[in-house]
Ligand binder design. Structure first.
Ligand code: FES
Ligand code: FES
Length: 152
């Protein structure tokens, strides 16, 4: 059993400690925003926050988050009350299929927490390990800059 905080609430999973966090979140805690892409820390679509830092859930053993705080898109906002970061992505129509966006939204949250006024270069660097198969990168960068202005 591994216990941790998930989006502000206590959570526990029974998966063995070496199970990737991604599977524990999806299969035991119904956290379907956390997506499998490559499984190799190469695409970023599984990114979550662990104690505020971006982490790739596809390879992170669930035991390593024991006692820590995990954040996913489920804790950001919802369709009827989007977080300002989500609203910025809507305003820029930055999502195409949306598969990459869970990880990018969480990466954006981590970026803005450490740098409230990122430059375009800062945004590109922060998202360098996130791939968008739809090629929406230009809109995604615009959305992150819009989000920065909104939450400032
Ligand atoms: S699924 Fe984790 S980085 Fe691709
Ligand atoms: S919007 Fe489709 S992968 Fe990024």
């Amino acid at each position: 059993m591994t216990a941790f905080t998930l989006n502000g609430a206590q959570a526990a999973v029974s998966a063995s400690g070496d199970t990737p966090l991604l599977y524990a979140l999806r299969n035991e805690l119904d956290c379907k925003s956390v997506r499998f892409g490559c499984g190799l820390e190469q695409c970023g679509c599984c990114a979550v926050l662990v104690d505020g830092e971006k982490a790739f859930a596809c390879t992170l053993p669930v035991a390593s988050v024991a006692g820590k705080s995990v954040e996913t898109v489920e804790g950001l906002g919802a369709a009827d009350r989007p977080h300002p970061i989500q609203q910025a992505f809507l305003d820029e129509q930055a999502g195409q299929c949306g598969y990459c966006l869970s990880g990018i939204l969480m990466a954006t949250k981590a970026l803005l927490a450490r740098n409230a006024q990122p430059t375009r270069a800062d945004v590109v660097a922060a998202l360098d390990d996130h791939l968008c198969r739809c090629g929406a990168h230009t809109r995604i960068v615009r959305a992150v800059l819009r989000a920065a202005a909104a939450v400032r």
